[in-house]
Write a protein of this length. Structure first.
Length: 374
């Protein structure tokens, strides 16, 4: 079925829908990962974005239950050069087209993904529309211009969990905290603020011995403190960090007397809470092969990344840079000079990606032990 992808600047690409008829729009970006498409699809940080995979063949190992990162598909649409309809993998439960159809998400193939990637690389991420219903590129480009820009959008509150849950037995389990949280005492009490968390973050925090309770993004500071946490974790998530005023105020308060860590959006929130400023990147960092330098050891880590915004802490005298992106010199991690506070912009939990940075979770565990004795 013929489909057209039209960008807001009038550039368009003709392809074929592999998910049937429909229309969808969002911010068009590219991801350089060769594998991990299922994790990309289910990463809440991609909410509102149409993801173009630069690797030419996608879908060859199908869909597996073990590799999802949230309860549903979050991308606005999926763009590939060639979609494999007949996967080969003993763990696969369905094909990529079947998975997207079931989720009601548009998928398009047959376009020149190299040309699209180059266009976005040169001109920046931009709004776009994929449609099988309207095939006039001019009209579609006009539609794309009417979509909201990623800047100014609070998307974290749209993907957060509706209620609290613990991570038990390798899965989220609802918890009633209306009369207080009944901690088991198996480890430090960690409250994770869910701005769109990936499940592998929860898995790795659990492996470090934390007793993890996840709460919705709209929880107030008073509600969080009523749970009597030993530490706070700010998760990844989608949208513009500059508009999350309440989240920033809450994070600033937690930093006064609790160990705090953040990843991706959590990093940006924490950076703003400590005096930094958030800004939009031209085309963002999306993929599994971004080189990052640990500024203390000078070791190079290959990292998994997914963010369209960054934070500038150059005026924050209480913070030190711990990680820097070697492609564009942007900030990838910081730590407080005197308090148990650390954050990184990239994804140490990988999923997909290299495991070079998994030590982040052990590092935070050690900080919590030093600060609380637990």
């Amino acid at each position: 079925m013929k489909a057209i992808l039209a960008l807001e600047d009038g550039t368009y690409f003709e392809g074929t829908s592999f998910t049937g008829p429909g229309e969808s729009g969002g911010e068009a970006i590219f991801n350089t990962g060769m594998t991990g498409y299922q994790e990309v699809l289910t990463d809440p940080s991609y909410t509102g974005q149409m993801v173009c995979m630069t690797y030419p063949l996608i879908g060859n190992y199908g869909i597996t239950k073990e590799d999802i990162e949230s309860a549903k598909v979050h991308v606005a649409a999926f763009i590939v050069k060639e979609c494999c309809k007949h996967p080969s993998n003993w763990r696969s439960i369905m094909s990529l087209p079947e998975y997207l159809k079931e989720a009601g998400v548009m998928g398009i193939e047959g376009i020149d993904t190299r040309a699209l990637t180059r266009h976005l690389r040169l001109n920046g991420a931009m709004r776009g529309i994929i449609s099988t219903e309207e095939l006039d590129p001019v009209k579609l480009a006009e539609k794309a211009k009417q979509l909201p820009t990623m800047e100014g959008q609070n998307l974290a509150d749209t993907v957060t969990a509706e209620s609290c849950y613990a991570w038990l037995g390798g899965k989220p389990v609802p918890v009633d905290v209306s009369s207080g949280c009944k901690w088991s005492g198996k480890g430090p009490r960690l409250v994770l603020i869910d701005y769109g968390v990936k499940w592998n973050i929860l898995r790795l925090l659990d492996e470090q011995g934390f007793e993890v309770l996840s709460v919705p993004s709209h929880y107030s500071e008073e509600q969080v403190r009523a749970l009597e946490p030993d530490a706070i974790f700010l998760s990844n998530g989608p949208g513009d960090p500059a508009v999350l005023d309440q989240a920033v105020r809450n994070a600033k308060a937690y930093c006064e007397d609790l160990p705090v860590a953040g990843i991706c959006l959590g990093h940006q929130i924490l950076g703003q809470a400590l005096g930094g400023k958030a800004f939009k990147l031209k085309f963002g960092h999306h993929g599994c092969n971004h080189p990052v330098m640990d500024m203390e050891s000078k070791k190079i880590e290959i990292s998994s990344q997914n963010h369209g915004f960054c934070v500038d802490i150059s005026d924050c005298s209480d913070l030190k840079i711990t990680h820097k992106n070697l492609n564009d010199e942007t900030l990838e991690g910081f730590a407080h000079k005197t308090k148990p506070i650390i954050a990184i912009q990239f994804h140490p939990e990988a999923a997909p990606g290299p495991h070079d940075s998994c030590y982040f979770f052990a590092r935070f565990r050690n900080l919590v032990k030093e600060a609380t004795g637990k």
